[in-house]
Design a protein around this ligand. Structure first.
Ligand SMILES: [Zn+2]
Length: 441
């Protein structure tokens, strides 16, 4: 098996993935903050890391994917107050919606989905350890991490201490570089926990350090998330765990690029299709997953009509090719499985894998060979549903039967009208050697 190489943000290089005993690959990806429905940009890491897990299983490894839910956060307090509901109620509602929406992608669930509010014990214990070893200090009900106490600070995001701005305004800090591990309760915040240094709630960064350690230990294989999280979120996670445990949180830090909403390029009716549930209604799971696979995970990806139309056409092309190819195993001299999985082993290059898949379809068609290898490829891309040919609904089948009768009676006007009605319902009639066939338009 060729080594699997992934780009590591900390070293800025491709690194070999070194699995643990028994092929274990722990993956922790930062999940959503549940203050609103998630959008396609939030869905990208869910898709990238769910598909990476499928690939690792294909390679005979034993991945364990953890995607957390941040259910206590400033944004949740603010959004709940604006709606006049308790923050725990809003967080629970949006967590349910997130699970429902991501379920519809058809990729299954992560192996664990810890909630910050269910990890308060380990979070408080980790903060206690940092205070004890001198990397953190309590101040007026808050607790801060002393950035200058940790010499490796800035290594992950490649920043100099002088350039840092934590984006926090708390005046109890000893140093403006420091960041909050615990925030003392404010009167307008309706949820808080007791701790030795005062009643309050955890900061976002310490939540992830504690959840990752609780699920995967420290020194696990891959820590992932969007590239917008490299600083300060992941820099701070790395510092907290490094300072408390004397060990790197993760071996490879893997970041996906942003999805860019090109509002002006989207048709007006699709302007709000950026919300995942709307995008799923508008385009369907196959098109969305294909769209996300169409860009390399590290690159930014435009959310535009053109890219989505391209993804839809690719799905239709594969489904069409599958329909024409005989079932059964693919002879090895025609199979491109080696190239396909080698593309994924090289920094999970899904667009390169899709190019191999397109070439594979051409080869199979030319040779009239069995399509077996396609299921292996499509399964890893989360697109195995393309193997199942879609059956037209009964009313469309009835129209097709009427058209066949009209043609037998040489009533071409009626046949043409029925063909147009079938097209209006989203189907095309193809008159093949085995009689008329309905395919999605
Ligand atoms: Zn996180």
């Amino acid at each position: 098996m060729a080594p699997i190489r992934l780009h590591d943000t900390r070293s800025g290089k491709l690194r070999d993935l070194v699995p643990g005993p028994g092929g274990r690959v722990g993956i922790y990806a930062c999940g959503p903050t549940v203050y609103d429905r998630i959008h396609v940009g939030n869905a990208r890491p869910f898709v990238v890391f769910s598909l990476l897990r499928r690939f690792l299983v294909h390679e005979g490894l034993a991945p364990r994917l953890v995607i957390n839910v941040t259910d206590v956060n400033d944004k949740i307090y603010v959004a709940a107050a604006a709606r006049g509901v308790p923050s725990a109620e809003l967080a629970a509602e949006m967590t349910d919606a997130y699970v429902r929406d991501t379920d519809k992608l058809g990729l299954g669930r992560p192996d664990a989905e810890p909630l910050a509010t269910e990890t308060i014990g380990p979070i408080v214990a980790l903060i206690g350890d940092l205070i004890e070893n001198g990397h953190a200090y309590a101040a007026g009900g808050d607790v801060y991490f002393g950035v200058r106490t940790y010499s490796a600070y800035g290594e992950l995001s490649h920043r100099e201490l002088e350039d840092l701005d934590q984006g926090e305004e708390r005046d109890r800090k000893r140093d403006p570089l420091d960041f909050a591990l615990w925030k003392g309760a404010k009167p307008e915040e309706d949820i808080a926990w007791d701790a030795a240094w005062g009643r309050g709630r955890p900061g976002w960064h310490i939540e992830c350090s504690a959840m990752a350690e609780a699920e995967l230990g420290v020194g696990f294989e891959i820590h992932g998330g969007g590239s917008d999280l490299v600083f300060p979120h992941h820099e701070n996670e790395a510092a907290q765990t490094g300072a408390a445990r004397g060990w790197d949180l993760a071996q490879i830090w893997m970041h996906n690029g942003m999805v860019r909403l090109e509002q002006e390029k989207m048709a007006k009716s699709q302007g709000n299709a950026f919300a995942l549930h709307r995008a799923l209604e508008e385009f369907g799971a196959e098109t969305l997953v294909m769209y996300l696979c169409g860009g390399h995970y590290r690159q930014p990806l435009a959310f535009s009509d053109e890219r989505l139309a391209e993804a839809r056409a690719r799905c239709a092309g594969i489904r069409d090719a599958v329909r024409r190819l005989p079932p059964g195993p693919t002879p090895s001299e025609v199979s491109l499985a080696g190239d396909f999985f080698a593309a994924l082993a090289h920094d999970f290059n899904t667009p390169a894998a899709l190019a191999v898949l397109a070439e594979q379809l051409r080869r199979l068609s030319t040779a009239g060979a069995g399509r077996g290898v396609l299921s292996e490829m499509l399964e890893v891309l989360g697109l195995e549903t393309l193997l199942v040919s879609e059956e037209a609904p009964p009313e469309v089948r009835a129209l097709a039967e009427s058209r066949a009768r009209a043609r037998e009676e040489r009533d071409w006007t009626a046949a043409d009208r029925l063909r147009d009605e079938i097209a209006a319902a989203g189907w095309t009639v193809r008159d093949g050697p085995e009689g008329p066939e309905l395919v999605p338009a």
